[in-house]
Design a binder for this molecule. Structure first.
Ligand SMILES: Nc1ncnc2c1ncn2[C@@H]1O[C@H](COP(=O)(O)OP(=O)(O)OP(=O)(O)O)[C@@H](O)[C@H]1O
Ligand SMILES: [Mg+2]
Length: 255
């Protein structure tokens, strides 16, 4: 049996209504430390909503999320108490978006230093040391004094990853981190994610990049219509999917 401490993140029966429709119909997911889980599925199936529910950027209507030692139940009656707990939970979670979300008027280095200084009250010198370490790690040591508009898309996304890493999260969430990028720029971002995987980082990636999902994931989740239709090893999902919906989705992609 897996020890509880090996599960970095547990989500149980997550439900979410948006605009009067139930978008997520009770999704559950356990993620082990060091796993790379890819979430795939057709546009509009709820991938982003589910990912955002995992760190309460979107509040689930019901269900429960635990990350490390912080648990929180979803509720339609969201109050300051829940927000305080969500804040604690988010301290363990790094998030990377499709469009980078860097502050344009700050240098790359300042972008990465900001959260450690303002959220963790870290002294400037220490924040700078950590930011420099992570920017070097993602290959941006030479450009960290530039502003984001002087970086390529791939560099911006690597800066966004460094910014998330500087908070020392237990799990990283990515929502289509490469879909705004040309193939060669995607590759440099995916390589950073593979390197993090080799170092044991836990990562959950919503992606349309089936080659990456197949080659880099420990596990793939196929979502459709707000449900997890099927989950398993990349070999199982891509080579011998059991559910007809998964087969149809993959056939459509190949066509
Ligand atoms: N604020 C909202 N109000 C009403 N419906 C919404 C809202 N936000 C999202 N939805 C709906 O929820 C569903 C799931 O959206 P979501 O963005 O999670 O899908 P997705 O799988 O990430 O899609 P994509 O691959 O295009 O990014 C969609 O049908 C969408 O139209
Ligand atoms: Mg999405």
């Amino acid at each position: 049996m897996t020890e509880l401490s090996d599960l970095v993140l547990q989500a149980e029966n997550i439900r979410k209504n948006l605009g009067g429709n139930e978008i997520l119909h009770g999704l559950s997911l356990n993620v082990e430390r060091g796993e790379l889980v890819s979430i795939i599925g057709p546009s509009g199936c709820g991938k982003s909503t589910f990912l955002r529910c995992l760190n309460f950027l979107e509040h689930p209507d019901s269900g429960k999320v635990r990350v490390e030692d912080v648990s929180l139940e979803g509720t339609v009656h969201w109050h300051a108490r829940q927000e305080a707990q969500a804040h604690k939970l988010r301290a363990h979670v790094g998030m990377v978006f499709q469009d980078f979300n860097l502050f344009p008027h700050r240098t790359v280095l300042e972008n990465v230093m900001m959260a450690p200084m303002h959220v963790k009250n870290m002294p400037r010198e220490q924040a700078q040391e950590i930011a420099t370490e992570f920017l070097n790690k993602v290959g941006l040591g030479k450009v960290m004094d530039r502003h984001p508009d002087r970086l390529s898309g791939g560099q911006k996304q690597r800066a966004a990853i460094a910014r998330a890493l500087a908070m020392k999260p237990s799990v990283m969430l990515y929502d289509e981190p490469t879909s705004a990028l040309d193939p060669e720029l995607s590759e440099e971002v995916l390589e950073v994610m593979r390197a993090l995987d080799r170092e044991g980082m836990t990562q959950i990636v919503v992606t349309h990049d089936m080659r990456f999902a197949r080659a880099a994931s420990d596990r793939v989740l196929y979502l459709e219509g707000g449900e997890i239709v099927e989950s398993g090893s990349p070999e199982k999902i891509f080579a011998s999917p059991e559910d007809p919906r998964t087969r149809r989705f993959l056939r459509t992609l190949l066509a």
